[in-house]
Write a protein that binds this ligand. Sequence first.
Ligand code: PLP
Length: 365
Amino acid sequence: MQDLQIPERLLLGPGPSNVHERVLHALKQPVIGHLDPVFLSLLDDVQEMLKQLFRTHSGLTLPISGTGSAGMEACLVNLIEPGDTALVAVQGVFGERMVSIVERAGGRSLRVEAEMGKAVPEDRFIEAIRAHQPDLVALVHAETSTGVAQPVREIAHAAREAGALVVLDCVTSLSGMDVSFDSWAIDAAYSGTQKCLSCPPGLSPIALGPRALERIERRAKPVQSWYLDLSLIGRYFGEERVYHHTAPVNMIYALHTALQIVLEEGLEARFARHRSVHQHLVEGLGKLGFQMLVQPAYRLPMLNAVIPPFEDEARVRRSLLTRYGIEVGPGLGKLAGRIWRVGLMGENARMEVVDRFLDALRELV
Ligand SMILES: *Cc1c(COP(=O)(O)O)cnc(C)c1O
C-alpha cells in the first residue's frame, strides 16, 4: 500500500475550510498527557480565548470532542428533559437537525419556518414565543444550507422575558460575524472548528451561560448520553480537572493556535474582512451571470448561496475540482442541483482567493 498522498485543494465549500500553516504545525507537536500541567494550561488559554470569541464574561466555555453536530446535540440533550417544549426556527437543514434532536431527547418541538432563502421573521417568532411559552428556543444564526443570516437579538430577549432558555447554532458564524452571547441574552451556543476558525474538523467549541448551567444542575434525571453529559464533562473543564474522556490533545493544540490567530487579527477586523471579500465575490459572480439566492439584508458573508447561470452545474463543479483543485459546495436538500454554496471562511476570506475562483470560472464557462 502506498503512503498517503493528499492533493492541495482550495476549499470554497460549506466547510471544512483551508487551515493556516501555523495550525498544521501545532497538530504535529508531540502528544502529551491530557492531565499534564502543560496541557491543562493550554486548556485554560483555550477556554479564556473562547470567552472572547463568544463575547461572554460568565458561565463556562469548552470544546466538545466531536464536530459541530456534537455541540448541537450536547446543548440540546442537556437542556431538554422529556416533556419539555422547544420552539425551533427552521430555515434549512440545520434547523431540521435541531428539531430531530429535540424529539429524540423526548422533547416536544414546535417549529416556525422561514420561506426558502429567508430568515424567520422576528415578529412572527416572538408572537410564537408569547403564544406557546416554550421551555427552550433554538435558532441557527448562520444557516449554511441556504446562506441566510438569522437576526437573533430581539428574539433572544423576548425568549428570556418569557422564561425560555435560548440555544444558538454559531457553527458557521463564530469569528466570521458578530456573535454576542451576553448582550444578546443567549444561554447556550455551539460552533465548529472547521468553518470560520480555519482549523480541521473535530471539535465543537460551546458556551454555557449561568442559566443553562443552573438548568443542567436541576435536571430530574441524568442526561441519557453519558459521553455528552455536560455535568460530567464540566468537571474536567472546571476547577477540578477530573478525568471524563481523553481530550483529543493535538486538536486542542490546533484550536489553541487557531484562536490565537483570530485574536491577533481582532474580531472586528475579521468580520470586516469577511464582509468586503463577500462583496467582491458577489460583484464578480454577478458579472458572470450568477444570481444570489438570498436578499442582501439576510446574506451571510462567509457562505454564499448562488444560482449558476448554466444547466449542468454538477459538471462545472467537477471541473473546478479536478482541473483547478477548487471545491465549492452543492445545494443541500430541496436546493440540490439548483444552487452552489460558495464558502469564504476564515483563511479563505481573501480577495486573491476570490480572484482565483473567478478566473477559473471564466475559463470554464
Ligand atoms: C456545519 C454545520 C453544522 C454541523 O457541523 P458538523 O461539523 O458537520 O457536525 C451545524 N450547524 C451549522 C449551521 C453548520 O453549518
